[in-house]
Design a protein around this ligand. Structure first.
Ligand code: PG9
Length: 639
């Protein structure tokens, strides 16, 4: 390593350390730290870390972060990085709490603990995350000195779910909540995407699949995590391919993991998953809600979009805002310098702008009655021209929608139907699955760096259908929801469908902004949006159905929203394939009741056809069956 680079690394390390020390030093100088055990209505006590400003000249609002990731990480004045330094300097009472069943809090943990519908949080003894939040807020208002009676909540990812779970029947002192990269429903976020299982997450089960034996400030699941990280292969693709069927993971690694067993026992969207979705409970919300997400979030993209849209549809009194930026999972809390994602540079200080001008103003306005610039309904970053745009509705209605059709010779036609009698086929082999990334990834805890990745590795494979438009003579803005309406047939009896929207750079594109690996950017195929759909759920996520070989079936599904300008000189590309490994598990392509119990022999090659009457619709709110952006209609299994 050259001396110059070494010097840079040392300088950066010192700077980062100083920044953290400054945070810790700053926190120690400006805050008093106390720990409490807050009693819940059923007698359980939740461990809570509280920082109160030393400056008591004015009463301060409370900012509450409920977490399953160990509130003890926030003791000893160690707040570096989160919440942002702007909130740190704004004189809030900062509170971090272990949710029920985690670390220093009592009782046992339940993933996405089901909300009890209609639970009157003031009186009933039933407990859920909403009642625990209600009890916590009520206790804090009455017992923490110097508070102004107003509470805000925020949290990224799982803590983002807890910020959303506070909203049903919320305590009157809760004035503002910011669910950030929130999980809304584990069948559409994190572990599953539209019924397909995210195999690359397998190691993460160690974090959520064991109960602690006593109160603890430290992680207690590390031995289980090591089972995975002592694995023979460091290449994630090879490791998981050698793994074979998912049942081998149960036998070799997760034989004692209660959450893994729940995943195996509930392969369909049954009541177990439905009652763990927060979506059906987001009604009559009367608070300020700012949902935040990253366009490149491979874990929780359904979450922010569905929470925002549901509140928009069910809660006219809510002051409901959504912010979507060029980040992967939680990037807005990490990247204060250049914002890059894979080989694409999006700009400088984008996260700082968000923290200082958006997040800080949101809480100041609603918790401190400060006059701040009103937030737009939707503050969305265009990932094509790399600029923020404000909309007064999301999805926007003022942007021309687009329909994409598939033609011969890989031609993608814009807004012009092609010959419906054509069909495009590929042979999908689960033993040679399409890699989800062009890069070699290790055994990732969760894959986070592929959602703007180069797709040339895929477009050159015979099992990937690739359709490409003419060179655009004018720029085209794609904004809003995407609906894939596929007409498919196959030689097998089950299949997954991965649809990708891709921005193809001009052949002579030169990229000077950020290209540390010197990728040839001429012809770069930037992933704009991708999503998988497990075909067995085409008529219902609760009731899967096999395909009939040779019969044409409709497979309609949403891809998550986009805001992307395809510049003049670029092309629009669509890819369709049926494996995406190891990001998602392999579909045997022979229908079995439970893929988690499939045998090696169940995995078969299948010739799959996409028929010419298929189309991809982009823009304007799309009427589509699934997944439920709003409370499930007709699919709730009655008790
Ligand atoms: N939603 C993220 C996650 C959940 C479960 C497993 C892995 C990641 C998160 O809470 O970071």
């Amino acid at each position: 390593m050259s001396r110059f680079i070494l010097a840079i690394i040392i300088a950066l390390t010192v700077e980062i350390t100083l920044a953290q020390n400054n945070d810790s030093l700053y926190v120690r100088q400006h805050y008093d730290l106390k720990e409490y055990r807050i009693p819940m209505r059923d007698g359980a006590e939740l461990f809570t870390v509280v920082y109160t400003p030393k400056d008591t000249s004015k009463k301060a609002p409370i900012l509450l972060n409920r977490t399953c990731y160990n509130a003890s990480n926030y003791t000893d004045y160690g707040l570096s990085g989160y919440p942002s330094k702007y909130l740190l300097q704004d004189g809030y009472i900062l509170v971090f709490q272990d949710v029920r069943g985690r670390y220093m809090s009592d009782d046992t943990f339940d993933n996405m603990r089901p909300n009890i519908p209609g639970n009157d949080r003031k009186n009933k003894i039933d407990i859920d995350e909403s009642s625990d939040t209600w009890d916590t807020i009520d206790w804090m208002i009455k017992n923490i000195k110097g508070n102004n009676g107003k509470v805000g909540m925020y949290g990224i990812s799982y803590p983002g779910f807890y910020a959303a779970a506070a909203l049903p029947d919320a305590h009157p002192a809760l004035k503002a909540s910011s669910p950030q990269a929130p999980i809304a429903d584990f069948f559409f976020d994190d572990f599953h995407h539209q019924g397909a299982f995210l195999q690359s997450y397998t190691a993460a089960f160690a974090v959520f699949g064991y109960q602690k034996e006593s109160l603890t400030r430290q992680s207690w699941f590390m031995d289980e995590l090591k089972r995975f990280y002592n694995a023979p292969a460091s290449d994630g693709y090879d490791f998981h391919l050698r793994m074979g069927p998912l049942k081998n993971i149960t036998e070799k690694y997760h034989f004692d993991n209660f959450f893994w067993q729940q995943i195996v026992d509930h392969p369909n969207y049954d009541e177990f998953w439905q009652k763990r979705s927060i979506i059906p409970h987001l009604k009559n919300v009367s608070h300020a809600v700012m949902t935040v997400g990253g366009w490149f979030d491979a874990e929780d993209l359904y979450g922010p979009l569905s929470i925002y849209k549901t509140i928009e549809a069910t809660s006219p009194k809510a002051k409901n805002t959504i912010v979507m930026g060029p980040w992967d999972h939680g990037g807005w809390a990490r990247e204060n310098g250049k914002t890059t994602h894979n080989h694409i540079y999006f700009g400088d200080s984008i996260s700082t702008f968000y923290q200082r001008e958006i997040e800080r103003n949101f809480f100041s306005h609603y918790l401190k009655d400060e006059v701040t610039a009103p937030l737009p309904e939707a503050y969305m970053f265009d990932t094509g021209i790399k600029k923020w745009k404000a909309f007064d509705a999301w999805p926007p209605t003022e942007i021309e929608p687009m329909a994409l059709y598939f033609g011969e010779n890989g031609q993608l036609s814009i807004n012009e139907p092609t010959d419906e009698n054509t069909a495009f086929e590929y042979m999908s082999d689960p033993k040679k699955p399409v890699p989800y990334t062009s890069q070699t990834e290790g055994l990732t805890f969760t894959p986070r760096r592929f959602m703007s990745d180069d797709q040339r590795h895929a477009s050159r494979r015979p099992d990937v259908l690739t359709f490409e438009s003419e060179i655009l003579s004018n720029e085209r803005v794609l904004a809003g929801e995407i609906l894939a309406k596929l007409k498919v047939s196959m030689s097998g009896t089950d299949a997954d469908f991965i649809v990708k929207l891709i921005d193809v750079y001009p052949d002579d594109h030169q990229n000077y902004e950020h290209n540390p690996k010197n990728i040839i950017m001429g012809g770069y195929q930037q992933l704009v949006r991708s999503e998988v759909f497990r075909g067995r759920f085409r008529n219902s996520f609760a009731k899967p159905e096999p395909f009939v070989p040779g019969e044409i079936s409709d497979v309609d599904f949403r891809l998550q929203d986009v805001l992307h300008t395809f510049k003049k000189g670029h092309r629009i590309m669509i890819q369709i394939h049926s494996t995406w490994f190891p990001y998602i598990d392999r579909n045997p392509q022979k229908y079995v009741d439970n893929i988690f119990k499939a045998e090696e022999a169940d995995f078969i090659k299948s010739t799959i056809k996409i028929h010419g009457s298929s189309t991809i619709l982009i823009g304007n709110p799309l009427e589509c069956c699934q997944p439920p952006m709003l409370p499930l209609q007709g699919q709730i299994i009655k008790n």
